[in-house]
Design a protein around this ligand. Structure first.
Ligand code: CO8
Length: 258
């Protein structure tokens, strides 16, 4: 059974969590398939990845509560580590990632969306970290990524109260970058993905690394991270192509990822 599907569409790919009968909840099998599918993505040919959920109702409604209910402390830690390892793999994928949040994004689902670079959502989307209402903490990076994305005060409010928020509030606190009518979400996500894919891939990947790595260190070290990545773009064929075209007042040739 394919709980995680990957569809290539030209230069972009769409990854779908496909367990709609359980609102795409993440059990061991889904997490393990997600890990394998992420490993299979060829970042030399895929220039942007969209992550979404199957069905009309949910992006991902969380980690699988039925599976978690009987875990021991040690097993809980292992389950959390498995999820964290895979989400970190997604977060550090060399190519840009867009979460197209098409419904409930609760617990592990909200955490999955926060492991992507950009979040777009349907007007029907609902975000939240309900874990403290279930007697646990967020366990797939929620306490860390939400605090970094929307600030510690708002993240603590949402996590401590276990309050779900709808799309407009998610937009207003900066958790998502745009909200679309549900039937237009995927098309809008693809439009953004193709736009990203049309830019110089080496430069786009370097930007992702610069932002991600730079945010982990102080500003003196962060600008050094940028300097290195900036330098690494020179002498590429895409840099020469684009800059010569500008100087010669013509459109550049399509980028070749080289
Ligand atoms: N786990 C397992 N099954 C689920 C989950 C889930 N998270 N969410 C929904 N389902 C199943 C339901 O049990 C139901 O199955 P069935 O038809 O067999 O009864 C089916 O999906 C449809 O769900 P509902 O009937 O409940 O649909 P509603 O429209 O009535 O409600 C909700 C939708 C509001 C989304 C509701 O399903 C819900 O509240 N789900 C749980 C949301 C939640 O609390 N998520 C957080 C889970 S905790 C978590 O993610 C922790 C992450 C870190 C883990 C670290 C571990 C160490």
């Amino acid at each position: 059974m394919a709980f995680v599907e990957l569809e290539h569409k030209g230069d972009i790919a769409v990854l779908t969590i496909n367990r709609p009968e359980a609102l795409n909840a993440l059990n061991d099998e889904v997490i393990s398939q997600l890990d394998k599918v992420l490993d299979s993505i060829d970042s030399s040919s895929v220039r942007c990845l969209i992550v979404t959920g199957a069905g009309q109702k949910a992006f991902v409604a969380g980690a699988d509560i039925a599976q978690m209910s009987g875990l021991t402390k040690a097993e809980g830690e292992v389950f959390g580590k498995n999820g964290n390892d895979v989400f970190r793999k997604l977060e550090t994928l060399p190519i840009p990632t867009i979460a197209a949040v098409n419904g409930f994004a609760l617990g592990g689902g909200c955490e999955l969306s926060m492991s992507c670079d950009i979040r777009l959502c349907a007007d029907t989307a609902v975000f939240g970290q309900p874990e403290v209402g279930l007697g646990i903490t967020p366990g797939f990076g929620g306490t860390q990524r939400m605090a970094r994305l929307i600030g510690p005060g708002k993240a603590k409010e949402l996590i401590y109260t276990a309050r779900n928020i709808k799309a407009p509030e998610a937009l207003s606190v900066g958790l998502v970058q745009a909200v679309y009518p549900a039937d237009q979400l995927l098309a809008e996500a693809e439009k953004m993905a193709y736009r990203i894919a049309g830019n110089a891939p080496i430069a786009v990947r370097a930007c992702k690394k610069a932002v991600n790595d730079g945010l982990q260190v102080d500003m003196d070290a962060a600008v050094k991270v940028e300097e290195k990545l900036f330098g690494s773009c020179f002498e590429t064929r895409d840099q020469k192509n684009a800059m010569s075209a500008f100087i010669e007042k013509r459109k550049h040739d399509p980028f070749i990822n080289g």
